[in-house]
Design a protein around this ligand. Structure first.
Ligand code: SR1
Ligand code: MG
Length: 411
């Protein structure tokens, strides 16, 4: 901590120059370094030279937009641990890690260019034909490999213990997702036109019990190493390439927490679309395209997860030797299908939880925040909240059932 200092663009330039390998990646001077910080927590810079580019990310000692909220710097260490844990299993689905500096809490990684943040593309109404499938495959590969289906329990328990020490960051999820939205917390805020529905939701005891159930599941079901913050701001895309970034919230938790985060954020995007309607484009067709990504994402996740499991795991759960006979194999396959059905149920519940926290809690999403007219914003957020309340309490059905459920929400 003593040697820590916040880097500015000059500091980043000097930090790279002091590392011959990183400097060689950029090539001869001059280098362009610019700050592109966008998320809630970290400073991010892009450095480019004649030979290549780098992304340099530094953990800040407070929430980036709220310096009164301190945060431990060592969350960068857990992001690096996440990258190292999943990289062997997910191919190029995450950026390549080049360096971690544990004194400045700086990570140097592959610069993704010309990628943009998926959330920004969804706000602008751009179609990314491969993104949902790529993210679905990413979740399947990362979580299968770090579950008891693929990892011997000794290694998994060690990994679980490592990520469990990222306590301050997990505390953010526990507070901001699982609890704050369901009570009066000074951190909560919402669009003024939603005060009635916010009060109604906080008075809804069955909803609060259902939400607490998802909180309990988050805390007590360490199925695999999950990303922990897999919203559309944690995905970078081009038309043909998709990468998952920002694993600092990773922990061993329910797989449905990741699948639910992604689907919940697709739903938020869908409900925000009327906020971007123009005379020439009512955004209805685009909204339908966004909804179509839900079954694509889920099917890609489910198929890849089952494919990996059927190919053999190597973990201590559901060991192949126990099911070598034909009856055993048939029973095991039925168990696999039940297993992914249970992940779907978690997906539905956590999708709802993620939606509620982004409308009534501390950290909102640009999908809604960029709608300047508060009345129009409230009109978009209201049905999203209604849908989310339903999802939290009805964790069943199928992706197509989820989409037809939108018809039951007053749009
Ligand atoms: C105080 S941080 C709030 C949120 O930012 C991160 O991106 C996570 O989503 C976290 O919950
Ligand atoms: Mg993030």
């Amino acid at each position: 901590m003593e040697s820590y200092r916040k880097l500015d663009t000059e500091g980043v330039r000097a930090w790279i120059a002091a590392d011959a390998e990183l400097a060689a990646l950029l090539g001869a001077l001059p280098w362009e370094v610019r700050e592109v910080s966008d998320g809630n927590l970290n400073a991010v810079f892009l450095a480019g030279g004649p030979a290549g580019a780098l992304c340099v990310k530094q953990a800040l000692p407070t929430v980036r937009r709220d310096e009164s909220w301190p945060l431990p710097l060592d969350r960068a260490k857990y992001e690096v641990a996440w990258m190292r844990a999943v990289a062997p299993h997910v191919g190029r689905a995450i950026p390549r890690l080049y360096r971690f500096d544990p004194s400045l809490y700086v990570i140097a990684m592959e610069a993704l260019s010309p990628h943009v943040i998926l959330r920004g593309g969804l706000i602008r109404g751009i179609r990314y034909p491969h993104a949902a499938v790529a993210v679905g495959r990413y979740v399947a590969e990362a979580t299968f490999a770090t579950s008891d289906l693929a990892m011997p329990f000794g290694r998994r328990f060690e990994q679980m213990a490592l990520f469990a020490r990222n306590e301050a960051i997990l505390r953010i999820s526990v507070d901001l997702i699982l609890n704050d939205p369901y009570m009066d917390s000074p951190r909560n805020r919402c669009t003024p036109g939603l005060a009635d529905i916010a009060a109604d939701l906080r008075a809804d005891a069955p909803l609060r019990v259902a939400a607490a159930g998802w909180g309990y599941r988050f805390l007590t079901n360490p199925q695999a190493l999950v990303h922990g913050d897999l919203h559309s701001g944690s995905v970078m895309v081009t038309e043909t390439d998709t990468r998952v970034i920002d694993g600092e919230f990773a922990f061993h938790g329910p797989i449905g927490f990741d699948t639910g985060a992604f689907i919940g954020n697709l739903l938020l995007s869908f409900f925000s679309q009327p906020g971007y309607a123009t005379a020439g484009d009512d955004r209805v067709a685009y909204g339908e395209w966004v909804l179509d990504q839900i079954p694509k994402f889920w099917t890609a996740f489910r198929d890849r997860f089952l494919e990996l499991w059927r190919a053999g795991g190597g973990g201590d759960a559901y060991r192949a030797e126990v099911f070598a006979d034909p009856a055993g194999q048939a029973a095991l396959d039925a168990a696999r299908l039940k297993f992914v059905d249970a992940i779907w149920a978690d997906t539905v519940g956590f999708a709802g939880m993620k939606m509620i926290r982004r409308i009534l809690g501390y950290a909102h999403v640009a999908d809604f925040e960029d709608i300047a007219d508060p009345e129009l914003r409230a009109a978009c957020e209201r049905p999203a909240l209604q849908m989310a309340r339903w999802l939290v309490q009805n964790p069943c059905g199928s992706p197509s059932g989820m989409i037809s459920g939108i018809g039951g929400v007053a749009l």
